[in-house]
Design a binder for this molecule. Structure first.
Ligand SMILES: [Zn+2]
Length: 129
């Protein structure tokens, strides 16, 4: 049985969304909720390159804001419910639409970093320190 690294963008995105190694798609990416493992337990890829920063959280804030604020505005305009109904509706929805996709989104951003060989910018050009 031969092992073949992921060589397509869609394969890399799928591996990231499933929180798997961006190179082999088999090893786990996380050891906690958002903490990365030091390396892939299947192919040995060092995850030291991975630095998603605030990227996944920003994407999710835009997504969650669109859904929750839109739903709250529509509900308020159509039904005028008391404030406690808003709290009962939107607080759980906020948790669902922010915490739910955070891990897969971080995995996808890391997979895209790996696929595009993204790294921190450097001044110079000779590569010498
Ligand atoms: Zn791997």
């Amino acid at each position: 049985m031969t092992e073949r690294p992921i060589d397509t963008l869609s394969g890399s995105i799928l591996a990231g969304l499933s929180c798997r190694c961006p190179r082999c798609g088999r090893g786990k990416l996380f050891q906690g909720f958002l903490t990365l493992r030091p390396r892939c337990d299947a192919c040995g890829l060092d995850y030291g390159f991975a630095d998603s920063g605030d990227g996944p959280a920003v994407f999710i804030m835009f997504f969650a804001g669109f859904i929750v604020v839109g739903a709250a505005l529509i509900t308020e305009v159509e039904y005028h419910p008391p404030y406690w109904v808003h709290a009962m509706l939107w607080l759980p929805l906020i948790l669902l639409v922010t915490l739910g996709p955070l891990r897969p989104m971080k995995g996808m951003v890391i997979a895209l970093q790996y696929f595009h060989n993204a790294a921190e910018g450097r001044f110079g050009g000779t590569g010498a320190p």
